[in-house]
Design a protein around this ligand. Structure first.
Ligand SMILES: [Ca+2]
Ligand SMILES: [Ca+2]
Length: 232
């Protein structure tokens, strides 16, 4: 495609991706829509996407909801399940407190969802089923983005089930919590083998994890073995 056609293609991009032949996505979805929402070897969530999103809610007082935690681990504790909120959870003085969480399906038919629980300060967090069984965390990570959130822990939860989130104690008797769905925060990354900052459509991953080295978030490299050819 020559440069003139590319300008036309770019102009059409917002109207119809199908107008730019190489943008076929069907095969990519099959590759990326895997059940596992974080790869097994993921060591860090995507700071430039999911953590930044959590930080926006954390920093916006209009998104704050005040909640008083239960002193016991009970499914009747107040819920913190609403999206796009941050919760200021007041704990019993010097003690652990509990709230509850119910995941909803991000796509009709989903039976499990991966949830990232962001916390400030870095309180001990235990997630339990309604029957009192501890849910094993996935990834647990210290947050260094500087927005004030301290750590994030991910959990795979059954849609519609009530979970108990027991947290603390913390010295200030208050924990701020931002829950995020991994499904809502996934980004497609494209392999850039030749380092021209454009990736190939034939090798991509869709993930809320930090991408592996050598992946970029734009495609349009029709020759990923030649850094002088890109945006094509
Ligand atoms: Ca490339
Ligand atoms: Ca290239």
């Amino acid at each position: 495609m020559n440069r003139m056609n590319w300008k036309l293609c770019g102009a059409l991009l917002s109207l119809s991706l199908a107008a730019c032949g190489p943008l076929e996505e069907d095969g990519l979805e099959a590759y990326g829509q895997q059940e596992q929402e974080l790869p097994a070897d993921c060591t860090s969530v995507d700071d430039t996407n999911m953590t930044d999103h959590a930080c926006v809610h954390y920093g916006n007082s209009a998104d704050n909801v005040n909640v008083t935690a239960s002193a016991t681990r009970t499914t009747s504790a107040p819920a913190i399940s609403t999206k796009h909120k941050h919760y200021t959870v007041t704990l019993p003085a010097g003690a652990e407190g509990s709230v509850t969480y119910v995941a909803s399906a991000t796509t009709a038919g989903d039976t499990t969802e991966s949830i990232a629980i962001y916390l400030a300060p870095s309180a001990t967090l235990t997630v339990l089923t309604s029957g009192g069984t501890t849910v094993a965390p996935g990834l647990s990570e210290v947050i260094t983005s500087g927005c004030g959130l301290s750590k994030v822990v991910t959990y795979d939860l059954t849609v519609g089930s009530t979970y108990i989130l027991a947290m603390g104690p913390v010295t200030v008797n208050q924990v701020r919590v931002v829950p995020e769905y991994l499904d809502d925060n996934r980004v497609r990354w494209y392999r850039d083998a030749d380092g021209d900052t454009y990736g190939t459509s034939t090798n991509s991953i869709l993930t809320a994890c930090e991408p592996p080295s050598g992946y970029v978030n734009r495609r349009f490299d029709c020759n990923d073995n030649d850094p002088t050819i890109f945006n094509c």
